[in-house]
Design a protein around this ligand. Structure first.
Ligand SMILES: Cc1ncc(COP(=O)(O)O)c(C=O)c1O
Length: 435
């Protein structure tokens, strides 16, 4: 069995050598470190930080070999589009690659407002603010807008950035069972009255499970209980609705019913950063106060240019949206026909194949890699223990043949991955391997 050295080189040494006050002594690092140590001991190669030698699209190249790639956010196959390359080259020549300073003090470049206006227009709301990071958008917005006397009601599977923002705010935090509007309603009934402002936080398409919230019901609750509503469209912008206008188009709801349309710029829009789209008043308030905007450099003008060009392509070419929806649905139905567990996935861009045991999932990913298929294993703490999975990000450019090749390989290699773990367990009966 191959003996990888990655953990020995990195995490184990870190754990052993750092002082008692070192970062390696944080609880999370130790538990992840232990998992890494065990995986290495069992012969697993490190699947992380692999270097790709080209823009990673529906296929990628690693160490000179081509792989079918299920690990990119480039859902609509727009990254490296020639229109974007041309536009950013011109923008770089004129504006350079850095915004130079916070936009509040250092000023803006035309691509900043062009992007924000285009997004506001796309969402049919008054205005938009673009931050330099998607994660920081959520942290800073929630952290700034809400305080001790307020409450944040969030979905149990909300993204880390939303949870971090909620923590930073100091507001009371209430996590309701994932996608369970009855649970949310009960919580609002019990807790809403005791706090001043309240916000409900959900995602348009959940990043680990690929399912969609009941947004019309959440809107009804937000109105009844006088709350604001933030919807994170990181994975639904460009994916849901006939023209990719996201979860509001999917349900045909009035965009004004959501106070904060949030999304990252790093996925469908092929750049980096995040935004909040909503009322003029809200955007102005954030622009003058939200720390992640005020005290952080502006998004590089070239990236703003890349994102608005990507948005133009999305608007001009709705066939990309149709294509990703079609191939995602095909992926889901083929996986189901093979008896694979796709959890609550609804067949839109993100589809997990749930394996359960993290070691089996890690080895399965490794065996697939050997067969020219690149898909990442996801395990605790990113998902609940016992629900480790291969997370497939689908691209509009994936073909039905690639999907069949991949899922057939999953079915063929799964028993082999299980066998590796069983064999190890036999010779190491005292070692605990999660079920
Ligand atoms: C739902 C969700 N929100 C926010 C983010 C953070 O975005 P970024 O990676 O662009 O910082 C992510 C990242 O994957 C995400 O999945």
């Amino acid at each position: 069995m191959h003996q990888g050295t990655w953990a020995k080189d990195k995490t184990m040494q870190d754990t052993q050598q750092h002082s008692k006050n070192g970062f390696s002594h944080s609880r999370l690092k130790i538990s992840v470190g232990k998992m890494v140590e065990l995986a290495t001991e069992m012969g697993m190669e490190n699947p992380l930080f692999r270097c790709h030698e080209q823009a990673a699209k529906s296929t990628t190249i690693i160490n000179g070999r081509e792989y079918i790639n299920f690990s990119t956010y480039d859902y609509l196959d727009i990254n490296a589009h020639e229109d974007i390359t041309k536009a950013v080259t011109e923008a770089a020549k004129r504006y350079g690659t850095s915004a130079g300073a916070s936009r509040l003090v250092g000023g803006e470049r035309p691509p900043h407002r062009v992007l924000e206006k285009a997004i506001a227009d796309f969402y049919d709301v008054e205005d938009c603010i673009a931050y330099v990071s998607g994660h920081a958008t959520n942290v800073s917005t929630l952290g700034f807008l809400f305080g001790k006397r307020d409450a944040i009601f969030h979905d149990g599977l909300a993204h880390n950035s939303l949870l971090q923002g909620a923590k930073l705010s100091g507001a009371q935090r209430f996590s309701y069972t994932h996608n369970d509007c009855d649970a949310l309603e009960k919580m609002l009934e019990e807790k809403r009255e005791s706090c001043k402002h309240a916000v409900i936080v959900t995602e348009g398409l959940f990043s680990m499970d690929g399912n969609i919230p009941d947004l019309p019901r959440i809107i009804e609750l937000k109105k009844r209980y006088d709350c604001m509503l933030l919807v994170d469209e990181a994975h639904s912008l460009g994916i849901l609705g006939p023209t990719g206008r996201g979860v509001r188009e999917y349900f045909n709801i009035d965009p004004q019913d959501v106070d904060m349309w949030m999304s990252t710029l790093s996925k469908t829009l092929c750049g980096c950063g995040g935004f909040i789209a909503g009322s003029k008043e809200l955007v102005e308030f954030l622009k003058y106060g939200s720390p992640g905007f005020v005290y952080s450099v502006g998004i590089p003008p070239v990236i703003a240019q890349a994102c608005s060009t990507a948005l133009e392509i999305l608007k001009k070419e709705p066939w990309r949206v149709e294509k990703i929806q079609k191939i995602s649905q095909y992926f889901l139905s083929y996986a189901k026909s093979k008896g694979l567990d796709t959890g609550a996935a609804q067949g839109y861009a993100v589809i997990p194949v749930i394996i359960g045991n993290s070691m089996v999932t890690g080895f399965l990913s490794q065996l697939l890699f050997k067969r020219g298929i690149y898909v990442m294993p996801i395990s605790f703490p990113a998902v609940k223990e016992g629900t480790a999975r291969l997370r497939f990000f689908i691209s509009a450019a994936h073909t039905e043949e690639q999907v069949r090749t991949t899922l057939d390989a999953v079915c063929e290699e799964l028993p082999n991955a299980i066998e590796i773990v069983k064999e190890y367990q036999k010779s190491h009966p005292t070692v605990f391997i999660d079920q």
